[in-house]
Design a protein around this ligand. Structure first.
Ligand SMILES: Nc1ncnc2c1ncn2[C@@H]1O[C@H](COP(=O)(O)OP(=O)(O)OP(=O)(O)O)[C@@H](O)[C@H]1O
Ligand SMILES: [Mg+2]
Length: 1008
């Protein structure tokens, strides 16, 4: 591989020790012979045609050049393509690659290599659309070469048209579309070829590549010598067989329909048939002698034989609103036929390109297109000199002059002018400016194109000879123009036939014959109408002006010369808007040899291409220049003094500080408005340092943005909270207001608003609801209680507790009387009250805080089925049994802790039976009674009230109270049933034991 080889000579002519033609040639030759076909002049790539396949274009090589700088690897056209692509990607700037050189120097090959490289390094994500676009771009070459290239004496695959291709990239740098612009096709080749040359490749591909069946369809035979348009020059075979296949594959890839492909090949066949049509004139009558070709051509063009025959032999003339037919003579018919063949081919070629363009047109939106950039690749027909040079060579060579002029303008002239303008020390370098030749050709009114146009416009007998006379007259003093008339002793030039232009690339003698016709480029209207009315829609589409009314007079069309000149001016303007890169192609010899280095031929090219001057300007010059503000904007992040902004002076000062800090002071010059960098290495280092800083900047920006987003969200959250709070307050206020409205009359109601429906609180009012309810309950309680003196509140409270515990299951419960609680301490109730209080005091001494809440005489029933008169007290903590009055309440027996109670059972009747159930399996069974007789008033309600209150105070839950006339209890661990039975004759309630049960006998009226 070339890159692993040792470098031969110098890789950049700038590095030559002496810049002389000899040293330049020596280096070029050495490198050519060693296979190093590329050499730089700074960023210009000089490319030698090796005329052999060299293994320097494979995937491995692509990898080496991808994303690298020019100076990092041996010179290669890949590096130029990469540099153009890098600028596009980094700066989103349009670039173009201008490939120049004479015919056969390798321009078309170079353009294909560039496209393949770009295709190889893009679309890393493998997107289908991009892959499609790349395929179309590459495959389009094969079609363009089939129809636009031909074998000439200079090049077997010579481009006979100019091609400028814009490859469009999206912001990510992937190719997303493109557009091809074509320039003047050398269509005269369709009907006439010089000796040794051929017609366009497509004719040979069809004849030699198509199957017999296909050929039969086109009425063709596989013999090129049978067709006039193919047998005038060379009939050499190249690689038509496989090329025909490739062309058809390319048609498919590009989305041509079968009908379209059919149209194309049919049209090519029709042209061949047209070429074989012959005319015979018998006095005034003109006939077509070879009718089979007429028939085939009309079939293939899908017009009637008659129509074709008429348009070939006659001409419609419209004058003063009248239409008449005029018969051609044989010469006119021949001319018309050839003009038709040329025009059909030309239109076909343009139509094929428009179809290719449709396939590669960017398919995104207009908005997306705004972010696209392009790389333009220009591959035109090279400068050429044939034995006989005509109007076509004149145009081709003019085109090359224009490109050379562009190169001179940008590389030699403007560059030097810029150094001077910017005040950079500079010694002027002389070079030949070909503007004088461009002016000779294109100057308005005075130039050759203007003179030719004038000749075409003149009425009367102006022919090629008189045109030459006009040129001689007008250009006699021009140093780059001469003719036999002006230089009678110059035998090289034929009298009244030749003129010579001293082009930048050499002298070319042009034969004036045919210039006027070719410049006029007229085609009879009848042909346009004929083809517009073809049944083949594609063909008809190529001839839109055929639809025009015959009588309508049309403006005289612009001449071919003027059209070409305009397209060149457009092209130059397009290129001037882009950052240019140059590939200067050189051919080593004229015999297509891989080994011959023809010194004279090469030296001639080096000279006219101005390469030596290029080296001189380059050597003294700078690789890069940038306006101070732009430079600072791009690199300010790599210096602590300029990041984030430079405030200590002008942009120029900022750039100076940055450059000095980085140690590039010796490699840089400061102009008035721009900084100039001499070596690519400096630029590369700056770029590298910038690339290193970018991730940090991105992180910084991300940090800022994230912070900003978080702050925005936080503010939003605060606002939401404030809104929520306000809303909650509003709802709460509304709720309270609603409450106040509902209850505003409660104090006047009998139930103090108890029956009023409490509204459903809003979510925000759930917490407040219980408190509000409590406030209301307290108020209601107060309203109810305020009628009673405070001294009664205690009893009232007990009564409420008792009432709610019994839930209406016992009708009489002493609610009417005053509740005393400690009855035994009352002298009215207990005659021995003193003995009682003494005992109780003792009890209190033993157990602190033992207030007696209730006391009573009672008949007690025990586990031994014995009943006895006793007393009991309820204190803060328990229930105690006492001896009866007889025994002075002495013995204080078993007690039950209030917290150990499980429930209380009472009866619904008037009796005063009460059972205290507890968990120790030995319930207390009492029947309350008076000292000597039964109680006159009910004490059960009070007892229940006292016990339940105390129980709630201690245990914080309600004690169950059962009300039943049959009560199950446990005595001494056994379950016993107490049945309350009304017994006539019984005055004092009494326990009786019977068959395991206990009968509590009461007067019958006690029972309910
Ligand atoms: N890099 C290359 N490697 C191998 N062969 C090459 C290379 N460049 C050119 N050639 C050979 O030279 C021939 C002519 O090249 P090409 O067609 O590119 O010339 P051109 O400059 O486009 O000429 P024209 O102006 O006539 O179109 C090619 O057909 C090919 O055989
Ligand atoms: Mg070419």
């Amino acid at each position: 591989m070339a890159m692993q080889q040792r470098e031969v000579g110098v890789r950049d002519f700038v590095l030559l020790e002496q810049i002389t033609m000899d040293k330049f040639m020596e280096n070029l030759k050495k490198r050519f012979h060693s296979g190093s076909i590329y050499t730089y002049i700074g960023e210009v790539c000089v490319s030698m045609n090796p005329y052999r396949q060299i293994n320097i274009y494979g995937p491995e090589t692509i990898k080496i050049y991808k994303g690298r700088e020019l100076f990092e690897n041996p010179p290669h056209i890949y590096a130029i393509a990469d540099a153009a692509y890098k600028i596009l990607k980094q700066r989103h700037q349009d670039t173009c690659i201008l490939i120049s050189g004479e015919s056969g120097a390798g321009k078309t090959e170079a353009s294909k290599i560039i496209m393949k490289y770009i295709a190889a390094i893009t679309n890393v994500h493998g997107q289908n659309e991009i892959e499609r676009v790349k395929n179309v771009l590459i495959q389009s070459n094969s079609i363009l070469e089939t129809f636009g290239n031909a074998k000439t004496n200079r090049n077997d695959n010579s481009s006979r048209f100019g091609k400028y291709m814009d490859i469009e990239f999206d912001y990510k740098g992937d190719p997303v579309g493109g557009i091809i612009t074509n320039y003047l096709l050398e269509k005269s080749r369709v009907v006439q070829q010089q000796s040794g040359e051929r017609n366009f490749h497509c004719f040979y591909q069809l004849l030699r590549g198509a199957s017999d069946m296909e050929l039969h369809r086109y009425d063709l035979i596989k013999d090129t010598s049978r067709y006039h348009y193919m047998n005038q020059g060379s009939m050499d075979a190249l690689s038509e067989k496989s090329d025909y296949k490739s062309t058809n594959i390319a048609f498919k890839t590009l989305g041509f329909t079968n009908e379209e492909v059919q149209t194309i090949w049919s049209t090519i066949a029709a042209i061949l048939h047209l070429g074989n049509i012959e005319f015979q004139s018998n006095e005034d009558d003109l006939t077509i002698s070879n009718k089979t070709h007429l028939q085939s051509a009309s079939n293939l063009l899908q017009v009637t034989e008659n129509e074709l025959s008429n348009s070939l032999t006659k001409r419609t003339i419209a004058a003063g609103g009248n239409v008449m037919l005029k018969e051609h003579d044989a010469t006119q018919a021949e001319y018309g036929k050839d003009a038709l063949a040329k025009a059909i081919y030309d239109r076909l070629f343009t139509w094929v390109i428009s179809r290719i363009n449709r396939a590669i047109l960017f398919r995104g939106t207009k908005n997306q297109a705004r972010f696209n950039s392009v790389i333009g690749v220009l591959d035109i027909y090279g400068f050429e000199i044939f034995d006989s040079n005509s109007f076509e060579q004149f145009c081709i060579n003019y085109c090359n002059e224009k490109l050379q002029q562009l190169f001179i303008e940008l590389v030699l002239k403007q560059e030097q002018e810029e150094y001077q303008r910017e005040g950079i020390e500079w010694t002027n370098i002389e070079y030949f400016n070909n503007k004088i030749i461009c002016d000779l050709i294109e100057q308005p009114h005075k130039g050759m194109i203007a003179i030719m146009d004038e000749a075409c416009l003149s009425v009367g007998k102006v022919n090629d000879e008189t045109l030459l006379g006009a040129m001689d007259k007008n250009l006699s003093t021009h140093p780059h123009y001469s003719s036999r008339q002006l230089k009678p002793i110059d035998k090289e030039l034929q009298h009244r036939v030749d003129f010579r232009i001293t082009h930048y690339a050499g002298d070319v003698i042009y034969n004036i014959n045919g210039f006027i016709e070719k410049n006029k480029d007229t085609l009879y209207q009848d042909f346009k109408r004929l083809l517009h009315h073809s049944k083949n829609v594609n063909l008809s589409e190529m001839w839109p002006e055929g639809a025009q009314d015959i009588k309508k007079t049309t403006k005289r069309p612009l001449t071919a010369g003027t059209l070409f000149q305009r397209s060149m001016i457009d092209l130059v303007n397009t290129l001037l808007k882009k950052e240019p890169f140059y590939v200067r192609c050189i051919k080593p010899n004229d015999i297509k040899s891989a080994t011959v280095f023809d010194d004279d031929r090469v030296q001639h090219q080096v000279r006219y291409l101005g390469l030596l001057e290029n080296v001189r300007v380059r050597r003294a010059g700078f690789v890069h220049r940038q306006r101070y503000d732009k430079f600072l904007l791009r690199y300010k992040m790599i210096s602590q003094y300029t990041w984030p902004n430079f405030h200590a002076g002008s942009d120029k000062d900022g750039v100076r500080v940055l450059i000095e800090e980085k140690g590039f002071g010796n490699d840089v010059k400061y102009g008035h408005t721009k900084v100039f960098i001499r070596s690519p290495n400096t630029l590369f280092t700056l770029e590298q340092q910038r690339n290193e800083m970018i991730p940090h900047i991105v992180t910084l920006l991300q940090k800022q943005v994230r912070g900003w987003i978080a702050r925005c969200n936080y503010k939003k959250m605060l606002a939401a909270l404030a809104i929520m709070r306000a809303y909650k307050t509003y709802k709460l206020r509304f709720y309270v207001h609603d409450l106040a409205q509902r209850f505003r009359n409660a104090k006047n109601m009998r139930d103090y608003g108890r029956s009023i429906l409490w509204p459903q609180p809003p979510l925000a009012g759930r917490k407040a609801e219980p408190q509000l309810k409590r406030i209301f309950d307290n108020w209601r309680a107060f309203m109810i209680l305020r009628k009673y003196p405070r001294s009664e509140w205690q009893q009232l409270r007990l009564q409420i507790i008792a009432a709610s515990a019994m839930k209406g299951r016992r009708k009489h419960w002493g609610q009417q009387r005053k509740w005393i609680g400690d009855y035994l301490s009352n002298s009215q109730e207990n005659t021995c009250y003193q003995a009682y209080t003494n005992n109780i005091r003792n009890l209190k001494n033993v157990q602190a805080n033992n207030t007696v809440l209730f006391s009573s005489f009672a008949k007690k029933y025990n586990k031994h089925n014995k009943s006895a008169d006793r007393a009991f007290i309820v204190t803060d903590s328990g229930i105690y049994k006492l001896d009866g009055a007889k025994h002075k309440f002495k013995n204080m027996n078993r007690s039950i802790c209030i917290k150990d109670l499980t429930s209380i059972s009472i009866s619904p009747g008037l009796d005063q039976l009460v059972i205290f159930h507890s968990s120790d399996n030995n319930d207390l069974v009492f029947a309350l009674q008076g000292e000597n007789s039964q109680l006159k008033e009910d004490h059960i309600g009070e007892l229940v009230g006292v016990i339940c209150k105390k129980y709630f105070d201690i245990c914080q839950r309600d004690l169950r109270v059962d009300v039943n006339s049959t009560i199950v209890c446990r005595l001494g661990g056994k379950s016993r049933t107490i049945i309350i039975q009304g017994e006539p004759g019984v005055e004092n309630p009494n326990f009786r034991h019977t068959a395991g049960n206990i009968i509590f006998e009461v007067p019958p009226f006690y029972c309910v």
